[in-house]
Ligand binder design. Structure first.
Ligand code: G3H
Ligand code: 13P
Ligand code: ZN
Length: 306
């Protein structure tokens, strides 16, 4: 099978990105991979440390193995936001295709040293490593834009050279979760451009890329939920990062969680007598498939890119 780096290079050349979709249940894993297979789109399935604990590492690895065997489209298993050498080592040893070491909260030198330690170990086994520099935080109204949580382009260049990392997550204005902005969403394309000047042709990653579809928020709220003031990043902006920049991996979790919750709530509300989770999860799974299809076709442009 062609490896992840092959697809990063192809994505850089052809102006698409791989979706890195988080999952923490079999239903969501099935929805992501079913859709990727249908659309012939390479895809990354990502698990956080929390998701790994929740599902159990054997469940994750064995189920992804089965899915890979049954799919023609390349599916890459990725550790999202590994915080220590040990958790990254465990993922490498378990057979993950790629790991992220997120030491972005540490001072630069410590981030370099931990990221390099993970790279040295993972690379010996042919596993790819994503590092992160800068801190994800939304640009909220009244926040000083000179805030230094954005990725420093010069430091990014040094970081890649010192660590030998394969891809880099950058902070340009996205943030995790459903409450990213108070006002309009903004991304610092000027910083992205500076990073690209320093790191020509290097694969970059955008975390916190969920757009928070109002439709699913409405379904959740209509069916007993209470989600207020949720705001994601405008998809036109993330699309620009894919089409005009070197962003080859886009991380999406919140949008899938919202879609799944909307489906489950709607289904339970419509059929209050049902207590069979295989039935009420189906609509959740369907909504996740719809989101993944939308992202592949409209944001990532990764359809038919095997
Ligand atoms: O980037 C974070 C992901 O959305 C995973 O979140 O740690 O709650 O599983 P989690
Ligand atoms: P969202 O919360 O925007 O979906 O971001 C997910 C993410 O970055 C996972 O690493
Ligand atoms: Zn993330």
């Amino acid at each position: 099978m062609k490896n992840l780096l092959y697809y990063y290079k192809k994505a850089l050349k052809k102006g698409f990105a791989l979706g890195a979709f988080n999952f923490s249940s079999l239903e969501v894993l099935k929805a992501i991979t079913y859709t990727a297979e249908k659309l012939k789109s390479p895809v990354i399935v990502a698990v956080s440390e929390g998701a790994l604990d929740y599902m159990g590492s054997d469940f994750v690895v064995e189920n992804v193995k089965i899915v890979k065997k049954n799919c023609k489209t390349p599916i890459f298993l990725h550790l999202d936001h590994g915080k220590s050498f040990d958790v990254c080592k465990k993922a490498v040893d378990l057979g993950f295709d790629s790991v992220m070491i997120d030491a972005s909260a540490l001072p630069f030198e410590e981030n370099v040293s931990l990221t390099k330690q993970v790279c040295d170990y993972a690379h010996k086994k042919g596993i790819f490593v994503e590092g992160e520099l800068g801190q994800l935080a939304g640009i909220e109204d009244n926040v000083d834009v000179e805030n230094n949580h954005f990725t420093d382009p010069q430091k990014a260049k040094e970081f890649v050279k010192l660590t030998n990392v394969d891809s880099l997550a950058v902070a340009i204005g996205t943030s995790h979760g459903a409450y990213k902005y108070q006002g309009e969403s903004k991304l610092r394309f000027d910083i992205l451009q500076e990073i690209e000047k320093k790191l020509s042709g290097f694969p970059l990653v955008l975390h916190g890329a969920s757009s928070v579809n109002e439709n699913y928020v409405e379904i959740i709220n209509k069916n007993g939920g209470s989600i207020n003031n949720a705001k994601g990043v405008n998809e036109e902006l993330t699309k620009m990062a894919v089409q005009m920049h070197n962003v080859v991996k886009i991380n999406i979790d919140t949008d899938l969680r919202m879609a799944f919750t909307a489906g489950v709530r709607q289904s339970l509300n419509e059929k209050p007598e049902n207590f069979d989770q295989r039935k009420y999860c189906l609509l959740g799974q369907k909504y996740v498939e719809n989101v993944v299809e939308h992202k592949i076709k409209n944001l990532l442009n990764s359809e038919n890119k095997l």
